[in-house]
Every structure is written in C-alpha cells, then in structure tokens.
Design a protein around this ligand. Structure first.
Ligand SMILES: Nc1nc2c(c(=O)[nH]1)N[C@H]1C(S)=C(S)[C@@H](COP(=O)(O)O)O[C@H]1N2
Ligand SMILES: [Mo]
Length: 316
C-alpha cells in the first residue's frame, strides 16, 4: 500500500493521509510527502536484546529539578529513524535485525591520522559517561534522556585534524538490505549531517553508544550516534560509519531536502519558528502541559558564544 500519495487532480497529501500518519511525518512538506511515499514495511520479528554497559561513570550533566527522565519505553519506542520507516513505532519494529558488530568507522579528510577503526577499538580507550540531556525534535516534542557516550572532542583529537579541518561531516550506514526504507528514493541515502569543528569539540557534544546504562538500542542509532543537545534532533545522526574532516560546509540531509525549513545550524531557538509551526513551546513526551522551549535547549551558557555575531534568524 502506498501512503501519502498525491491523488490525481492534485488533492493535497494532508487530505488523503490520516492525520496521525501525516503528523508523524511532520518533517516533510506537504507535496514533498507525495514524492516520498513509502510502501508499508514488512515487520521483522526481531527482539531487541538489552545489555548493560560496564564501567559507566555518572556525571553531573543534569537538567532542572522539575524535569524527569523520559520513560525508557518512550525513548526507545517513539523514534525518528527513517531508514526503518516513517512512523514513530517503525524503528523499534524494524531495526532489530541491524547488525551492529562487526562495525567499522572510516575517519578521513583533513587529519594527520586517517583510518578505518573497529567500533570497539574506537570506544575502548575512553571512559563512558552518563549524561542526562534534553532532546528536542524540530517537530516540537522533547524528551530527557540519560545518554551514555564519549565526548566527541576526545575522539576527534586521536585523529589529529589539521588546520584545514573547518567542519566535520558524518555519514550513516548505507545498506538497503538492512535498512529497508533505503530501497526507496524518498531521501537521497545515506543520511548525512555535519558540525562546525568548534561545535564538534564543544564539551557538550557526545558520541553516544548507550542509554539508561545499556547498549544503545538499534532504533536509537546503534552502535554509534551523535548527540549535540542544543540542536534539533535531526543533527543527531545515527548508526555512523563515516567521519570526514572537511574545509567546506558539508551537505546535510534535511537541508538538501527542504532548505527553507532546515538550516545547517539547527540550533534550538524559540524565537525562530519553523515555516509551518511555532517553535516557542514543546510537548514533553509523558507530560500533559506544554513546556516553553528554551534558547539553545537550555544550554545557552555553554554554547551561545559559538554564535556570537551571527544572525540566528538567518543561520537557523
Ligand atoms: N540516520 C538517521 N539519523 C537520524 C534520523 C534519521 O532518520 N536517520 N532522524 C533524526 C531525527 S529527525 C531525530 S529527532 C533524532 C531522533 O533520535 P531518537 O529516535 O533517538 O529520539 O534522530 C535523528 N537522526
Ligand atoms: Mo527530528
């Protein structure tokens, strides 16, 4: 069954797509959604095995006392990971069979020590930290997640970027056999994202390998995903296989698809509305009342200086 198809005669997508389904694809424009119709995916019977991570050090990265952790079942059952389908429950249903070992990450570009590294060798030299971060999707919902990860800065330094490395470009696995939605041309796969080098080495930026003290579930981007908590969720690229240090601003998936809606910076900013909805408030998953969205998602103290002198309405 094709969903989100534009009917003959130009009936708008929103009029023929059930509201629940339509809202789940809020990332997409009306119209665009027609071109990216996705056939229903066969549900895989895979179970997602849970595994505790050893040696995790608790940190004092915390949120306000009136904010509590989002339930494990929501963090792992309400996801955006379009490689596995466009609805919020698709990633949990379909990502169970993703093979996350063996897994290698290719690091290249403007670095003194490029290389292809096994994921376990990438992780091994580092201490795993638990950090509780706000997690805000551009769709205006949010969560509070106890991530487990390694500061990206520590990983970056091992490869010794040169002075030409102005940006870091990340790439997700491309494997249509494992990621069924990649069989459709909805998005120009693989998913790509990027950070400016100073954003990448900011102490907040985390390469995540787990959550709730356990190995990262596949639907959350196993075995390695990016988390930059002051930015909208789409910057947090999942299941990373490539890290490239580049001189020019790298292309990013959502910016390529809808440049007017998704800028490169994607900093959480209640004053800059998305062209189709307000960003002033957000729905915290598990709560009844909407919360006011905080500038830089509440991390202004740590990151505002990165954007000094930039027009944040233009560089959204
Ligand atoms: N490869 C890949 N990474 C991705 C996405 C995706 O579709 N594919 N979705 C992004 C979006 S829109 C969000 S909001 C976050 C969601 O992360 P979570 O499911 O762990 O909450 O992942 C981001 N990373
Ligand atoms: Mo998102």
């Amino acid at each position: 069954m094709l969903i989100g198809k534009i009917a003959p005669g130009g009936v708008r997508n929103s009029e023929i797509t059930p509201r629940s389904v339509y809202l789940n694809r809020r990332h997409f424009m009306q119209g665009t959604a027609g071109a990216i119709a996705l056939a229903a995916l066969p549900a895989s019977a895979a179970t997602n095995e849970r595994k505790k991570l050893e040696g995790v050090v608790k940190t004092n990265f915390e949120v306000s006392p009136d904010e509590s952790l989002t339930k494990y079942d929501s963090v792992t059952g309400y996801n955006n990971f379009y490689e596995f389908g466009f609805d919020k429950d698709d990633p949990k249903a379909n990502a169970g069979n993703l093979r996350t070992r063996p897994w290698t990450v290719k690091v290249d570009g403007h670095v003194a020590k490029p290389g292809t590294v096994d994921i376990d060798d990438l992780i091994k030299p580092h201490r795993l930290e638990e950090r509780v971060y706000r997690h805000r999707c551009v769709e205006a919902w949010s969560m509070v997640v106890p991530w487990v990860g390694i500061p990206l800065k520590d990983i970056v330094e091992r490869f010794e970027p040169t002075s030409s490395a102005k940006y870091v470009a990340f790439q997700t696995l491309l494997d249509p056999e494992q990621m069924p939605a990649q069989k459709r041309s909805s998005i120009n796969w693989p998913y790509v994202e990027g950070l400016r080098i100073d954003e990448a080495v900011n102490p907040l930026t985390l390469m995540v390998v787990g959550l709730y003290g356990e190995v990262l579930p596949n639907q959350n981007g196993a075995p390695l995903r990016l988390v930059a908590p002051w930015k909208y969720g789409f910057k947090g690229i999942k299941s990373i296989v490539g890290i490239r240090f580049v001189e020019q601003l790298p292309p990013t998936t959502w910016n390529l698809l809808q440049p007017r809606e998704y800028g490169f910076y994607a900093n959480v900013n209640p004053k800059v509305d998305h062209p189709r909805w307000s960003q002033a408030t957000e729905r915290r998953i598990g709560e009844f009342r909407r919360r006011d969205t905080l500038m830089f998602n509440g991390y202004a103290e740590q990151v505002a200086s990165l954007y000094a002198g930039m027009d944040l309405a233009e560089n959204y």
